[in-house]
Design a protein around this ligand. Structure first.
Ligand SMILES: [Zn+2]
Length: 460
């Protein structure tokens, strides 16, 4: 009798545990079902690795992808190539973290009957990117590996996040057996997943640190005889610049002046600024984990710090991080966080609407103002205002040397125009000269941005 009673109690305890588990499950089912069904592997949502979630439009209302019945891409070949890395392919070689991030806002899963309730055509997502700007960037990068990013520094809307090479998802090439090298690294999204030796665009970081920590830096005179020795290392300049002030040193990208400034700032200050300006480590953006930047001066001597301050040594930056820094300068020291998804509409409901998020101030407003003037001077006195078609562009070029290879061509900056408030980065692998190769690419893309934004303003 005693034994039976013990067993009865045990059975009762098990029954209670079962009931409790059931309650917990049902509770969390109602709370989490929408997220569970959009989990990769759900056969209702994923045909491959990418979710099929309605219709995706660009900022101007151009249909980029319709998944109501399979994956149907844009009718325009260049648009298909330039947006594939954002939307994902059919086979799952290229994933779309952006769509996965917003999948739960797009699916109409009924928690009571477990049915997918959406009528074809009832879900529409509008991205911040412009198909026209994406196409212009893809064409500008044609034949090169690299990335172009453009974003509105007031709002954070990314108008362009292009990676090259790419291919047409409606006409997939035989990548595995390609011998031309045209598709090398084609599965990598170089905007989000790559980091680069910055070269001289990093002088904008050294300049920011110098403006905020060396009181007389703007009244200094630097002497460039074509080379100098810092901490036992020879720093070679791209020319013999003679006597220069800070503006002249930045405009001519003088390695001697910036090497000396970096050594004077020291490893700790330069490291602090790289971190404060968001260029080290990673951050997340619209489902992407942005490639880590690296400015590591922990083992650096004076000569290494000098090289780091001119964007060499072990420096690495990602496109989104440097783009955000350009945005911070343009926006008075506070960066708008970049984003890609503007709005998701499901039937008559708006299930997601983007908001502008500003960072803490990373620069003093007067530093941002001085850097703006210095970068404006670079364009007016060196790169040439003529190539930017009436936009007031502020910029810095870089030619990032890499051992045994053609240098990477870099160009970064922003337009001051209130009708086209965009920051940009152009990173071209093995491109050679930043001002000769990357600047004209930026000019083409900025012209398209100006056209798209003025058409938008006129339509309002
Ligand atoms: Zn020089």
């Amino acid at each position: 009798m005693k034994q039976i009673s013990k067993r009865a109690w045990m059975a009762m305890a098990l029954a209670i545990a079962l009931l409790a588990g059931l309650l917990i499950f049902v509770g969390s089912y109602f709370v989490n079902a929408k997220d569970w069904v959009t989990f990769p592997g759900s056969p209702h949502v994923y045909t491959g690795v990418n979710p099929d979630c309605g219709r995706i439009y660009d900022r101007s209302g151009m249909l980029l992808l319709n998944t109501d019945d399979g994956r149907v891409y844009s009718t325009d070949e260049t648009v298909r190539r330039s947006t594939m890395h954002l939307l994902g392919d059919r086979d799952g070689y290229i994933s779309a973290p952006l769509l996965k991030t917003y999948a739960s806002k797009m699916f109409g899963f009924d928690v009571v009957n477990g049915l997918y309730t959406d009528e074809p055509g009832s879900v529409a997502a509008r991205l911040t990117i412009s198909a026209a700007v994406q196409s212009a960037a893809q064409q500008a990068l044609s034949g090169y590996r690299g990335t172009i990013g453009v974003y509105n520094y007031k709002t954070g809307e990314l108008l362009c996040a292009v990676t090259s090479p790419s291919y047409d998802p409606d006409n997939v090439p035989d990548v595995a057996n390609d011998t031309t090298g045209s598709y090398e690294g084609v599965y990598v999204n170089r905007f989000f997943d790559a980091s680069y030796t910055p070269g001289s665009i990093f002088k904008l970081v050294t300049a920011a640190a110098a403006l905020e920590t060396i009181p007389d830096v703007q009244s200094r005179t630097f002497q460039c005889d074509g080379k100098t020795i810092i901490g036992g290392q020879e720093i070679i300049c791209n020319g013999v610049h003679g006597s220069l002030d800070l503006a002249g040193a930045l405009a001519h990208s003088c390695n001697v002046a910036f090497g000396e400034l970096a050594a004077e700032l020291g490893a700790e200050t330069l490291q602090d600024y790289a971190e404060k300006l968001g260029l080290t480590g990673s951050f997340s953006c619209e489902g992407y984990t942005v490639a880590s930047g690296k400015i590591d001066l922990s083992q650096a001597d004076d000569g290494d710090v000098a090289w780091a301050g001119i964007g060499q040594y072990t420096d690495q930056v990602s496109a989104p991080a440097f783009l955000r820094y350009m945005g911070a300068i343009a926006n008075g020291g506070q960066a708008a966080e970049p984003y890609l998804m503007q709005r998701v509409r499901k039937g008559d409901d708006i299930t997601y609407e983007a908001k502008t998020v500003l960072s803490d101030a990373v620069l003093k407003p007067e530093t941002a103002d001085t850097l703006t003037k210095l970068m404006r001077n670079n364009v007016q006195s060196v790169y040439g205002d003529w190539q930017f078609g009436g936009l007031s562009v502020c910029a810095k070029s870089g030619t990032a040397e890499r051992e045994g290879q053609t240098a990477n061509a870099m160009f970064a900056g922003f337009a001051l125009d209130s009708s086209c408030p965009v920051a940009f980065v152009v990173f071209v692998e093995n491109g050679g000269s930043g001002s000769a190769v990357a600047a004209p690419m930026a000019a083409k893309v900025l012209q398209t941005c100006a056209q798209v934004l003025s058409a938008e303003a006129a339509a309002k």
